[in-house]
Design a protein around this ligand. Sequence first.
Ligand SMILES: CC(C)(COP(=O)(O)OP(=O)(O)OC[C@H]1O[C@@H](n2cnc3c(N)ncnc32)[C@H](O)[C@@H]1OP(=O)(O)O)[C@@H](O)C(=O)NCCC(=O)NCCS
Length: 175
Amino acid sequence: MATNTGLPSFTIRAITPSETHDLRHSVLWPDKPLSYIQLDEDDEGHHFAVFIEGSETPLLPPNLAPHESSATTVTPQEQEKPVSIISVFFADAANQKKEARFRKFATDPKWQGRGVGSALLRYAIVFAVTEGAESIWCDARTSALGFYQRFGLDAEGEEFLKGDVPYMKMSRTLP
Ligand SMILES: CC(C)(COP(=O)(O)OP(=O)(O)OC[C@H]1O[C@@H](n2cnc3c(N)ncnc32)[C@H](O)[C@@H]1OP(=O)(O)O)[C@@H](O)C(=O)NCCC(=O)NCCS
């Protein structure tokens, strides 16, 4: 997906569970063992990622004019690595896809705040709708509530902790 709005040029595609592990671990739970971010149900999930495309044009950090930018060089090796990931699970993958759950959403800190996470969440919501979902939900880090609210999700219930990180359940009925 090429853009001319200040976003980097990127593609979104499905990935395998093991391709999510590095970002899940480094962004979400760096202090936990790798096994902590591997889910028993990963094989039933749908995993999507953003990959930055190569570009001869320097990628601009947000709000910088070209002359203010230090060009972001994306090497071929970096283009192979996801920069943002999300996983989608249905309540009963075989028969019941009315309720979709998003899990383990994370963007590489180097790429945060540049729109790739929003693009990926939008993609995942469209995927869920296409599969028949009538609602979506996630356990959201309280620090990300504002981000999810812009996608129409509302917080419900009390705040709770996973490890020492505060979370709230958020959900939205789909049109
Ligand atoms: C939450 C997360 C996945 C979002 O991914 P992201 O790629 O940074 O998302 P975006 O860049 O689309 O949006 C992030 C912010 O940058 C802003 N932004 C996006 N593009 C921008 C641009 N071109 N210029 C300026 N700001 C921009 C967005 O408005 C948003 O603002 P907010 O912080 O007030 O919500 C990411 O911040 C992350 O990994 N956080 C740590 C882990 C985490 O909390 N995961 C969610 C667990 S529930």
